[in-house]
Design a protein around this ligand. Sequence first.
Ligand code: F3S
Length: 382
Amino acid sequence: MIEGKKGSAVKKSMEILIALGNIYGAKRLIPVKTVQISGVSYDNLGDAGLEFLNMMAKDGRVKVKTTLNCPGMDMEDWENLGIDPEFARKQIMVINAFKKMGVETTCTCTPYFVGNKPDVGDHVSWGESSAVTYANSVLGAKTNKEGGPSTIAAALTGFTPEYGLHLDENRQAHFVAEVKAEIDNPMLFGALGNVVGEIAKGRIPLITGIEKATTEEMKALSASIVTYGGAPLFHLKGITPNKTDTPSEKVMISQDQIDEAVKDMTDTDDVEFIFIGCPHCTLNELEKVSKLLKGKKVKKELWIGVARPIKKMADEKGYSKTIEESGAKFACDTCHVVAPLKGRFHSIATNSAKGIFYGRGKNNFKTFFGTLEDCMKLAVKE
Ligand code: F3S
């Protein structure tokens, strides 16, 4: 591969992987089962990124199942989201380059709901941080948090350098986070991720004191903990599948800390824009949204972020019709962070702690952090 016998894209890919392996002291390359490519939005890529993709697409073809993270718009219904046609033209070129490489152009930060779901112990190369954390922690697969080029390189070769979280010795917990607080909805799991992530500072926690967690709660925790500073791997005692020794360092997570985190994530309840689905919604969440919006009209711009195959299931169940009749909009494929929204809105409400972080950091939004129910109440308020 490195000699160019398999084409120039594979040669370039191997150069990227070897350079990465050398930096991190990897002893060898290992095969990966699946890839999730991040850095898909034209908003992040720009023309230089698009040029790189076109170069790789000339003779590069994926060797393993590969899906995409979110682009900067709904790939079918971008006009409904008010996306600039010139941006749309470039974003379509980005996706077409991936298509040419043989990538499945299902675009989502929840690939594990739509067919890219590794098993316990599988080595994968994934890019999007919440998905990486979910894969490592909840599914028990093994991946580092890869960048856009290294995920493309893994897709075109089928390999990744073996270092970091691919090695079992690096997957042990560093400290215990003992939760002494009521954590019983996705928003509060997001707040827990905020608190534990800030304490972790790149280390891996063994979280105790949580008896059960739904898929939506695990998704929220995975997104939040890594956003606020944790490693892209956590252990939840009695729930997650990875084995770890119990470290001696222990910190308590109190109700006050959780309440404080919730409070800190809100600046205002006077918002222009509401986003639900960070990470992308499950079918359960769409059912809830449809129940909360049934017979009501939204008074603010409300986007529901979701993977297109999940939206199709919601169409069949009738949830989509109820949601759209309220005036809410589906944002399939995309989200409020990767879409080009800077300056278009000034404030956002969301039930996602990760969504708050990037809403503030990337788009300078004033924020409201609440439960799904709180956000829907704001959406229909005059
Ligand atoms: Fe997904 Fe966008 Fe949130 S990519 S995790 S919805 S910031």
